[in-house]
Design a protein around this ligand. Sequence first.
Ligand SMILES: Nc1ncnc2c1ncn2[C@@H]1O[C@H](COP(=O)(O)OP(=O)(O)OP(=O)(O)O)[C@@H](O)[C@H]1O
Length: 227
Amino acid sequence: MSDVVLRLSGVSKTYNKGAANAVPVLRDIDLTVMRGEVVALVAPSGAGKSTLLHIAGLLDSPDTGLVEIAGEDMTGRPDRRRTAVRRADVGFVYQFHHLLPEFSALENIVLPQLANGTPAGAAKDRAQSLLDSVGLTGRADHRPAALSGGEQQRVAFCRAMANAPRLLLADEPTGNLDPGTSDHVFGVLMTLVRETGLSAVIATHNLDLAARMDRQVRLDKGAIVPV
Ligand SMILES: Nc1ncnc2c1ncn2[C@@H]1O[C@H](COP(=O)(O)OP(=O)(O)OP(=O)(O)O)[C@@H](O)[C@H]1O
């Protein structure tokens, strides 16, 4: 199996291409992430980091360029295959937790596993063990509204890990939290990532957090520039 988990090559993207209000966002991006590598994506607001993460996670397609996940070129693949790879191999975390409010913490982590074909018993066991690993053993039955911001985000991390992805894509995962909580919750995320050995691209404005990752890439006006 390839040791390259994510490869973007010559990726460009313009919104409203060809129209008077065209917005060029990404220009000829090359980015390779190896197995177990954690990359900080540092970018000022509007630089295109969400667009880049969406393309890397197969939620959007580039105008030109190549997106490879675990050695498979996803360019032009049928939607069904892209959805299957996204579900099984990619975990997403956003600034806001986006947990389903009417379901418990445990159920929020079980549901993506059921969608991926995991039997209910095994899905529950895995969800509970993920909650244990982020210090939320006693919170399994709580709905998101009954959890603190840091706890909600920790559940969102577990949900992203539910299907044991190869790649985690995180967009300001602790950006909504106060600095002390952010520091702690980021540490929980890094431990989880290291323990599972998965690769990650984590967008952050926080240079201290970026320095705790293996490598930093800076996105400036749609291009990767040296840090
Ligand atoms: N669907 C869209 N149609 C047109 N323009 C868009 C669309 N989505 C994003 N943009 C524009 O593309 C640029 C990059 O957006 P993107 O969301 O990728 O930036 P970002 O770096 O994630 O910013 P932030 O940190 O503020 O979330 C912005 O100028 C934005 O206005």
